[in-house]
Write a protein that binds this ligand. Structure first.
Ligand code: OAD
Length: 232
């Protein structure tokens, strides 16, 4: 029976692939718009083209980016462990690195959905424009959780279930500032081992023995891999 590892990742795991994090990039601006002003239902109702252009830009960025060594090492752990990736990221770098069990809490850049019937979801790699419609004739929108929108409860339940059953949890590249995503790691069982990989300090108040690996994702994953090899 393989031991279970959960990798709980955020924007920091994709930083070395060239994708900016949220709270470090110069005050979260995109083309002089505050990100919070572009990723909301209000922005969508006010200016659909602006919102579509923002995600078309991020989708292109994501397609030009490549999985880095951290994404690849996470995927390689599937050889010896039962791995679940719970990510707040909307890029597809974990998929492209080969991870096979991924829970996207905040949606996916490479998917779009009907703006009226949320269950109509489509794989999508090109630009989305005004007039691109779902099969029922409604405008397509990014399949992303916007500020003020709720997460998919099924994904939250799946994520909590994975955390409650894991033997090792690695929190990698997230400031844990956004709820309800940041509540998921708190379900970790007491005798599970927790590792935190981040070049900056990340306050953890929900678990007694935390192994901090103060490093960027690629180097930190190498350290974690050596650490686990010693234990197993
Ligand atoms: P943040 O920008 O809040 O945090 C990024 C974390 O990555 C910080 O703790 C950094 O110290 C760390 N970091 C930076 N460079 C790194 C590197 N090279 N290697 C490893 N870690 C590095 O991003 P998230 O925590 O992912 O939500 O943000 C969570 C959510 O806030 C996002 O999913 C998004 C945003 O609002 C939605 O879009 C709904």
């Amino acid at each position: 029976m393989k031991k279970k590892i959960v990798f709980f990742t955020g924007a920091g795991v994709s930083a070395e692939s060239g994708l900016a994090t949220f709270r470090e990039s110069k005050n979260g601006l995109w083309n002089n718009y505050r990100i919070e002003d572009v990723c909301t239902p209000e922005a969508w109702n006010k200016d659909k083209k602006l919102v579509l252009d923002f995600y078309n830009f991020r989708r292109k960025q994501c397609l030009e980016a490549k999985p880095n060594k951290a994404h690849i090492l996470i995927a390689e752990f599937e050889k010896d462990f039962d791995v679940t990736v719970i990510t707040q990221n909307v890029d597809n770098l974990h998929e492209r690195a080969g991870s096979s069990k991924i829970i996207h809490l905040h949606g996916e850049l490479m998917k779009v959905r009907s703006s009226v019937k949320p269950n109509l979801i489509y794989d999508w790699v090109k630009d989305v424009n005004i007039g691109d419609k779902c099969e029922d004739g409604f405008q397509l929108r990014p399949h992303i959780v916007w500020f003020g929108e709720s997460l998919d409860n099924i994904k939250i339940e799946e994520a909590i279930d994975a955390i409650m059953k894991c033997d090792f949890c690695v929190i990698l590249g997230t400031s844990l500032q956004v709820s309800p995503a940041n509540g998921i790691p708190t379900y970790l069982k007491d005798n599970a081992e927790l590792f935190v990989i981040d070049p900056n300090d990340v306050p953890i108040n929900f678990h007694s023995n935390v192994n901090f690996i103060k490093a960027k994702a690629e180097e930190g994953m190498e350290v974690f891999k050596k650490n686990i090899a010693l234990k197993n």
